[in-house]
Write a protein that binds this ligand. Structure first.
Ligand SMILES: C[S@@+](CC[C@H](N)C(=O)[O-])C[C@H]1O[C@@H](n2cnc3c(N)ncnc32)[C@H](O)[C@@H]1O
Length: 299
């Protein structure tokens, strides 16, 4: 079964405007892993579930060619409309049936997308199209760990954000909850012996450092990654836009467009009231935690 929750034109345009580009730290970890396992040259990267292309564009300077693949034509149209490097192309397709020859892909990525794929069909295709020692990187961020700060009212903003998530809970696909387990199930199903996903309870957790490398608690360099905390500034307007991009918000909007529109307006209003400011361009500090599953095909 394929999930088709990202098809609308309006939704795709919200995606283009409000979704985040994955952090440089995480990109560096993925490239470091690829260098270690397969080495250079970096020929072809395929970004599955590319949406409006944020992750595809991030990879472009490091590969001869990047192909973004998505099931939704509207998302691809938005991706193509963004000025970007000339070595990226976008193709309609699915992660379960890849239009690439056997052993032709250096890196397969999926940013906030792998939870939508049919696990076994996607993994069979990954094993087919990857070059020997080619790599898979499945990345995403975990929503429950999102935290917001603005002067002294961080906790109230976090509670408000959680309240909105609670309203949207009935419209949340069980697929989305897979990202909250940081793709554990998918990780277990990867058929390659060489795979990495640090479990939260393990004592040798890795830590992202300011220069983008990772270290364990003994200061040893490692590509293992359990969490990469990323702090950035986001305007209240864009934060509300980010909520609008959620698949569960789109589900709510489909059922009750008026209530969904009001939820966004009220959320913006309540954020501004809590912060004691008037302009939706006022920025708050947002912390997100990214995770990544890495695997390499046997040589
Ligand atoms: C949450 S969005 C992520 C988009 C983008 N990678 C990002 O980081 O913003 C998930 C994307 O996966 C696409 N998608 C869902 N199922 C898919 C499948 N089976 N094959 C290819 N793309 C798929 C959706 O159309 C959507 O654009």
């Amino acid at each position: 079964m394929t999930y088709r929750l990202f098809e609308g034109k309006e939704h795709a345009s919200t995606y283009q405007k409000y979704r985040f580009t994955p952090p440089e730290e995480l990109k560096n970890i993925i490239l470091q892993y690829l260098d270690e396992k397969k080495g250079r040259p970096h020929g072809l990267a395929v970004d599955l579930g590319c949406g409006t292309g944020q992750n595809s564009r991030l990879l472009a300077p490091h590969f001869r060619e990047v192909v973004g693949v998505d099931i939704s034509e509207c998302q691809l149209e938005e991706a193509r409309a963004v000025a970007g490097p000339s070595n990226i192309t976008y193709r309609k397709g699915t992660a379960e049936e890849l239009s690439f020859p056997d052993c032709s892909v250096d890196l397969l990525t999926a940013a906030s997308a792998a939870h939508w794929f049919d696990q076994s069909r996607f993994l069979a295709e990954a094993a087919r199209v990857l070059k020997p020692r080619g790599c898979v990187a499945l990345l995403g961020f975990s929503d429950p760990s999102t935290s917001l700060r603005y002067q002294g009212c961080g906790d109230r903003l976090d509670r408000l954000f959680q309240e909105v998530k609670q309203t949207l809970l009935p419209y949340t696909s069980t697929r989305v909850t897979l990202t909250e387990g940081k793709l554990e199930e998918l990780y277990s199903a990867i058929p390659f012996p060489d795979k990495e996903r640090q479990a939260p309870h393990k004592p040798t957790r890795t830590y992202a450092t300011a220069n983008g490398s990772t270290q364990n608690k003994h200061g040893e360099a490692t590509a293992l990654i359990e969490r990469v905390p990323v702090t950035s500034s986001i305007s209240v307007r864009n934060l509300v836009g980010f909520i609008e991009s959620f698949s569960m918000f789109q589900g709510y909007k489909k059922k009750d467009p008026t209530a969904a529109g009001e939820l966004l307006l009220n959320t913006e209003k309540r954020f501004l009231e809590e912060m004691g400011v008037e302009s939706p361009d006022t920025e708050v500090e947002q912390q997100l935690e990214y995770f990544c599953v890495l695997a390499s095909k046997p040589g």
